[in-house]
Design a protein around this ligand. Sequence first.
Ligand SMILES: Cc1ncc(COP(=O)(O)O)c(C=O)c1O
Ligand SMILES: C[C@@H](O)[C@H](N)C(=O)O
Length: 373
Amino acid sequence: MRMVTRTVDLRSDTVTKPSDAMRAAMANADVDDDVLGSDPTAFRFEAEMAKVMGKEAAVFVPSGTMGNLIAVLVHCEVRGSEVILGDDSHIHVYENGGISTIGGVHPKTIKNNPDGTMDIDKIEAAIRKPNDSLYYPTTRLICLENTQANCGGRCLSVEYTNRVGDIAKKHGLQLHIDGARIFNASAALGVPVHKLVQAADSVSVCMSKGLGAPAGSVLVGSKSFITKARRLRKTLGGCMRQVGVLCAAAYVALKENVSKLEDDHRNAKMISDGLSQIEQFSIDTDSVETNMIFFTILDTSVLSPNKLCEALEERGVLLLPASPTSVRIVLHYQISESDANFALTSIKQAVQQILTEASHQNKEPNGEAKHNC
Ligand SMILES: Cc1ncc(COP(=O)(O)O)c(C=O)c1O
Ligand SMILES: C[C@@H](O)[C@H](N)C(=O)O
């Protein structure tokens, strides 16, 4: 068993620890009961986020999952509603089916393309109207995800988003964006976040991912939307009393970490270029646009995602399998360039270790190749 003297955690951008500045802000936050009235720090942070995102109002929520759930439930408040969303979207795959189990909303999935988009003609063809057959639910919402995590942190362009927004308007639908990593998309595309989400009626923004806050997300939208969202947040148990403690950290994250996202993207590119040199892996380096990398282990290899992740954990590098044949790497601002280089070197060493062990297992004690009779 190796002595681990250094840990590089690439499991997700949700693993960051609060910075000293965040901890100081939390300790000194001006707080009050946000249920009985308004926590002053939450009030200030929500106003700032609404301004940054170009929307009328904002509400702080405990998680991105709750932000998405509230958005869908507000937009689809009529029974028999249907939402069009990606078959590989976080809302559909990783949120326990909450829109259905809690909100009674029916999901209509459209296949996510490798670039994170859904074909616009397929979106339009999937829309079901109130006067359609009695058999059908009624479409009331389209959900996009930017960046699209399971497609590799791919960015949706402002042009694509606006085209989907036009379709929504044409058919009297609302548009929600799961913007867990919208700031990553903004940094990668060089487009201000308010422009990226201009067509959206609501956006859920994670402060706890690449921006590095310890917890929380922000839902932004119109004043009437946020009024309904606040009430649903209470219904779901998401109201928090002196929530300014969390908003203070999120405020520091907003002010200090947006500019660091490009470093994460650069580190991701560097690692993906290095992985492309490893013959047991298959990776599309052009698809690495932000802080996420997915690579496939060739089925001809003796390697497996679990074996590789276990060997790397012994070296202090933490990754997560993404599927039975692929592995995911996520960069964040607490991974330095040196950490990224250490991780890449460790991956190469772990691959070599597994290959060497496999070849020894296939050899007789005298070094002759074993014959599987
Ligand atoms: C794209 C995306 N949306 C939403 C979420 C949910 O955020 P949370 O973990 O805060 O519930 C995540 C990850 O957690 C995510 O990757
Ligand atoms: C798994 C998912 O919920 C989380 N947002 C992540 O990307 O790590």
